[in-house]
Design a protein around this ligand. Structure first.
Ligand code: AMP
Length: 505
């Protein structure tokens, strides 16, 4: 199938009902069904393309100004349609669907300098209609009403299968894989096997009153989801089922060193940590995931593993066992997610936030591993948090390891020409933060009383909390406060005001 044929097909069915779309797609189902299915269902890898970058590449290729394209988008609604009308007529290219599929999968990360040239060379020779559909799929927003659900129905029609069966197979196989089994007249296997990715079970926000009564509580880590398979060797799959083992030699080494000889498939979160082992902000993971220099990325972004489920152990499928039974196996693993069987949600949540984690998960002990499903059996609790820019007005030394640095910081917001205390913050600081703040604070000390050093209000922090409180004496306070970052860039005149605080209450 040529790209122009695929583009014409998309163009023809754009405004039709789902059933008509399926009928026409089935009629034109091509011999090269693999790229066809992957593109239509968007089973494509992340290509690190944001619309801003797409815009830049397009303007550079066409040698026009941003404003010209912006105007065309304003008139036509999206960049694909805009390019269809904007670019001069050209004969259709000779690109086949597989070739364009490769362009669509290309990582557009800036460290990969060739990707722009590949894009430019391809884009220049496409006709307007080809450009339209290339751009829409390149940006992963085809706007034609075709999605994975519709592709499932398409496969059911083309191969004369039941939709429920296809749905079942998607737990273990991509739609393109399912199509290729069907095309060979085979049924996609349903047994678990090292190397065969399992669609992960997903969590949901569930109202507190509907949380499972028989449950286990776990920390919710702010990292990325990985499925680790171990047979003769270790394989690490990302959330999309792509093998990314080579990005994590440190995790491979750790997993290999475990004293578990049976083959297994486990569900895990890998999250970034600071040099003191505390969780680091998620954005740091980007270095690790995208960097081409793995060794450098390991140094820049050390990570930790949190194991929270096991789907296969010693070739036995555990997915149909309740979590209470799976735990017998899960507990064999090192690097387990911190958990508690007590139902004191608030206490456990407080611990999680204070340790620098994102929130907690409440998991139903009776629940099976519901592959591919966003399930109420895994409730996530991550209440909205407030963020405030505050000034430090006082500091106290810590205890133990923190006896030589200021580790508790009194904070205040602005009110007219004065500052009003909103309590103190002592978590979320890295060792480097504490050393830096201690050195700076020493230059600002005004007086000392009862261990508290009052400071000239100069240093600004961005903090987060999940509630703002006011006691009977009218004193404001923050519940579960945490440092987000030191705001070197922010003058004290621009911190939040008492009015802001009252508005958040
Ligand atoms: P969310 O991305 O907000 O929908 O939350 C679900 C995600 O939290 C999962 O896909 C995992 O990547 C992550 N996660 C972190 N800790 C856990 C945990 N203990 N159990 C399950 N998922 C977790």
């Amino acid at each position: 199938m040529k790209w122009i044929e695929f583009s014409r097909l998309n163009q023809a069915i754009e405004g039709l009902t789902p059933n008509k779309k399926i009928r026409i797609l089935a009629k034109d189902y091509p011999e090269q069904y693999l790229p066809f299915i992957e593109i239509l269902s968007l089973e494509l890898p992340i290509n690190n393309l944001a619309s801003k970058k797409a815009m830049k590449w397009i303007t550079n290729t066409l040698e026009v100004f941003d404003e010209e394209i912006e105007e065309a988008i304003y008139i036509h609604g999206d960049i694909g349609e805009a390019m269809y009308h904007f670019t001069e007529d050209k004969v259709d290219s000779d690109f086949g669907i597989s070739q364009v599929h490769r362009f669509l999968c290309m990582d557009c990360n800036k460290s990969n300098g060739d990707s722009f040239l590949i894009f430019k060379n391809a884009f220049e020779i496409m006709s307007p209609l080809e450009k339209k559909w290339f751009l829409r799929y390149w940006l992963r927003t085809p706007r034609n009403g075709i999605n994975a659900g519709l592709v499932k129905k398409l496969l059911a029609k083309v191969y004369d299968k039941k939709e429920v069966d296809i749905k079942q197979h998607t737990q273990l196989h991509s739609l393109a894989d399912i199509a290729s089994y069907y095309d060979r007249d085979e049924t996609p296997p349903n047994d678990l096997k090292v190397g065969r990715y399992i669609a992960p079970m997903l969590a949901r926000v569930v109202p507190k009153e509907k949380w499972p009564s028989l449950c286990i509580l776990e920390y919710k880590y702010d990292g990325a989801r990985y499925q680790i398979h171990k047979g003769d060797s270790v394989l690490i799959f990302n959330r999309k089922g792509k093998v990314v083992t080579e990005k994590f030699p440190d995790i491979v080494q750790a997993v290999t060193s475990w004293e578990i000889i049976e083959p297994f498939i486990i569900d895990t979160e890998i999250y970034p940590i600071e040099s003191d082992g505390k969780p680091a902000p998620f954005k740091k993971m980007g270095t690790r995931i995208h960097s081409k220099n793995v060794q450098e990325a390991i140094e820049k972004c050390p990570v930790k593993l949190g194991v929270f489920d096991c789907m296969m152990f010693n070739d036995e499928n555990l997915m149909d066992l309740p979590l209470s039974k799976r735990l017998d196996i899960i507990n064999k693993f090192p690097d387990l997610t911190s958990r508690s069987s007590q139902e004191q949600y608030d206490v456990f949540y407080n611990l999680a936030i204070n340790d620098g984690y994102e929130g907690i998960m409440i998991k139903d002990l009776n629940a099976l591993y519901e592959s591919g499903k966003r399930s109420v059996s895994w409730a996530k609790y991550k209440p909205p948090r407030f963020e405030l820019d505050v000034v430090i007005t006082g500091v106290r030394y810590g205890e133990g390891k923190r006896a030589t640095v200021f580790s508790s910081y009194d904070i205040a917001v602005k009110h007219n020409n004065d500052f009003i205390s909103i309590g103190s913050v002592g978590t979320g600081f890295s060792e480097i933060d504490l050393i830096y703040l201690t050195n700076e604070a020493k230059k600002l000390i005004l007086s000392v009383s009862n261990g508290t050093h009052s400071l000239s209000p100069r240093m600004v922090l961005e903090v987060t909390c999940d509630l703002i409180t006011k006691d009977s004496k009218g004193n404001f306070g923050l519940r579960f406060p945490r440092l987000l970052r030191i705001r070197h860039d922010k003058p004290v005149s621009e911190i939040n005001t008492l009015e802001d605080v009252k508005n958040l209450m």
